[in-house]
Design a protein around this ligand. Structure first.
Ligand code: ADP
Length: 259
């Protein structure tokens, strides 16, 4: 058994991803330790979202291997060949990963509570009462206990995104992927969502992989920043270093444009 404390939560080993002739990720290597909060920054089109989508099995790499907690995730080497991991093992690992999207993706025909308990009951097989109790706890945590029975369409964008965060957490993922979770929100709603994520970061040991243009959020929540350009990591450092004294010229240019 891999040692949980030293085995990375996520490891990319020579991962390549192409869409037609467009090489989006090029022999990418990096790992994320258990409990790390890592922000991916870089220009639009540099492959950040693709990394999250690979981890959600929404896309498949063309080469290389991805490990979750030291276990090969979608592909493994067998007899010198790169082969697909059996579906059952893949889907068990997949359950350790949750994602919050820019566009919330809530079920519009369900109440807030129903959105949160649906997957714990139908995917994890939790008893309804247990799923409801956990959902109520989470709604308290994201400041929406009073919206339990509201339709999601009656909520503001910021409230919907907080429901989406509660829904992802209800699956008790070890790894939470956050893809531009504040980009679709009006500026006055951004702070509430970031506050909720900051609380989760401070009160749990969940591993987070964050794609964001909110550099302040990256600075407050993450302990590591990876700068991407052209499908590769060109610089990595702690947030303080990368935001105050970026080493790479492309990082300096990028930060000048977004800060
Ligand atoms: P980022 O998140 O850094 O903006 P993405 O990972 O979204 O970058 O995209 C990287 C590149 O991959 C872009 O050139 C984008 O057009 C391309 N791409 C992403 N998804 C697809 C897809 N499903 N089909 C074709 N090209 C895609």
């Amino acid at each position: 058994m891999p040692d949980k404390n030293t085995t990375p939560a996520i490891q990319f080993q020579g991962v390549g991803k192409r869409f037609g002739d467009n090489v989006v990720l090029d022999g990418l290597n990096f790992s994320v330790a258990q409990g790390d909060r890592v922000t991916l920054i870089g220009p639009s089109g540099s492959g950040k979202t693709t990394i999250l989508r690979l981890l959600m099995t929404l896309e498949e790499a063309n080469e290389g291997l991805i490990y979750i907690d030291g276990d090969p995730y979608t592909h493994e080497m067998r007899g010198g060949q790169r082969v697909a991991v059996p579906e059952r093992r893949r889907s068990l690992l997949r359950r350790r990963v949750g994602m919050v999207f820019q566009q919330f993706n809530l079920f519009p025909n369900m109440t807030v509570l129903e959105n949160i308990i649906e997957a714990p009951i139908h995917v994890l097989g939790k008893p309804r009462a247990e799923a409801v109790a956990k959902a109520e706890d989470l709604l308290e945590k994201v400041g929406l206990a009073d919206k339990r029975d509201a339709r999601t369409t009656q909520l503001s964008g910021g409230q919907q995104q907080r429901v989406a965060i509660a829904r992802a957490c209800a699956m008790e993922p070890e790894i939470l992927l956050l893809d531009e979770v504040t980009s679709a929100l009006d500026p006055e709603l951004v702070a509430d969502v970031l506050g909720v994520l900051r609380t989760i970061a401070e009160t749990t040991d969940i591993t987070m992989l964050i794609v964001t243009h909110e550099m302040q959020f990256a600075r407050e929540v993450s302990n590591r920043v990876l700068m991407f350009d052209g499908g590769k990591i060109i610089e990595e450092a702690d947030p303080e270093t990368i935001f105050t004294t970026p080493a790479h010229e492309r990082t300096q240019e990028f930060l000048r444009a977004v800060l």
